[in-house]
Design a protein around this ligand. Structure first.
Ligand code: ADP
Length: 318
């Protein structure tokens, strides 16, 4: 289990995370890797409009993979487990995982399949991203995760998808690696997702999940969630509204968004936020400090394209 410390004023790390990592920890992420095709447009198109993109990018994406890529930059040993096809796109995304230091030796290859793909329209005027996602890849099963040796991992992070299998994975991880902290991301509502409220130590919740559950007020939503989960903490990212957290003891925190000089690209901001929380908690900060650090890191990300060199120590643009 984690040892946490309350942040003293002035002791919080900057967005590079410098000074937080006391030991190189091992993090396993179980979830999705995608191919992202991004089109930068000056403004979001109207339906039935034809327009020319200002730029096109081909990147590796996926929630768990993005979170791991940032954790790797922050100095952790990061490994990914999930499903992947065996076509040229699959080779591209695995090569990109190599490039950002994310180990993928336990990836489950589905012969003849491709890679889930996100087609992203990135508005230059607002930095907002609109995503159309396509996948036809069968999900990872609990039996497949059971073949992955979990010894040595300090933290195991899951995506809240395929609830029945993921619930079995959480139970397996707890049994096999009782010393690891287990986190779960709740991004979208899915039938039976409540099965995953029991098991994780940390819930990382996205605003789309909260809104689809009818939440209009983050505090009321989190107070209800903490009563329905075994997690010691729930974190809630709320876009430009910043983020919120609650502890099992009922303590509640809000941090406003850290707004960069220009919002350039919000794609993956939630994944970066999650990496920030994991890094800060692994570094021994309490929930309030973790919330602050994650907000800074996610805000820094919104000010630049992609995730490259996010934690490179350069001053944030003002
Ligand atoms: P997702 O990528 O899952 O949609 P959010 O949009 O909720 O995630 O963003 C995650 C975090 O990123 C927020 O909690 C906030 O800290 C930061 N963030 C998102 N949008 C902005 C923005 N426009 N300006 C500054 N920070 C932002």
């Amino acid at each position: 289990m984690l040892t946490v410390t309350d942040p003293s004023p002035g002791s919080l790390p900057d967005a590079t995370g410098a000074g937080l990592l006391t030991k190189r920890t091992e993090v396993l992420g179980v979830g999705v890797v995608t191919l992202d095709i991004l089109l930068e447009v000056t403004a979001f198109p109207r339906e039935d409009q034809e327009l020319r993109a200002a730029a096109r990018h081909r990147r590796r994406g996926g929630n768990a993979a993005n979170t791991l890529a940032v954790l790797s930059q922050l100095g952790h040993r990061a490994a990914w487990v999930g499903v992947i096809g065996d076509d040229a796109d699959a080779h591209f995304v695995l090569g990109e995982l190599d490039r950002c230091g994310v180990e993928h030796r336990f990836a489950q290859c589905r012969a003849g399949a491709g890679v889930p793909t996100s087609y992203v329209c990135l508005s230059q005027s607002s930095g907002s991203r609109t995503i159309v996602h396509h996948r036809d890849l069968p999900e990872l099963t609990a039996a497949e995760l059971a073949r992955v040796p979990l010894a040595g991992y300090d933290w195991i992070h899951f995506e809240g998808r395929n609830p029945k299998e993921t619930a079995a994975m959480l139970r397996h991880a707890r049994r096999e690696r009782p010393g690891a902290t287990l986190s779960l991301e709740l991004e979208k509502p899915r039938p039976g997702i409540e099965a995953l409220f029991e098991g994780p130590d940390v819930l990382l919740i996205g605003k789309d999940f909260a809104k689809s559950a009818g939440a209009t007020h983050p505090e009321a939503f989190l107070r209800e969630m903490i009563g329905r989960t075994t997690a010691a903490h729930c974190f809630l990212a709320w876009g430009a509204g910043g983020s919120y957290a609650i502890g099992a003891d009922g303590r509640f925190w809000h941090r406003p968004a850290f707004v960069p000089a220009r919002v350039v690209d919000t794609l993956g901001a939630g994944d970066v936020f999650n990496a920030g929380v994991i890094h800060a908690l692994l570094g021994g900060l309490a929930a309030e400090g973790a919330l602050q650090f994650a907000c800074r890191l996610a805000g820094r990300k919104c000010g630049r394209l992609g995730l490259e060199q996010l934690c490179d120590g350069q001053a944030e643009p003002t």
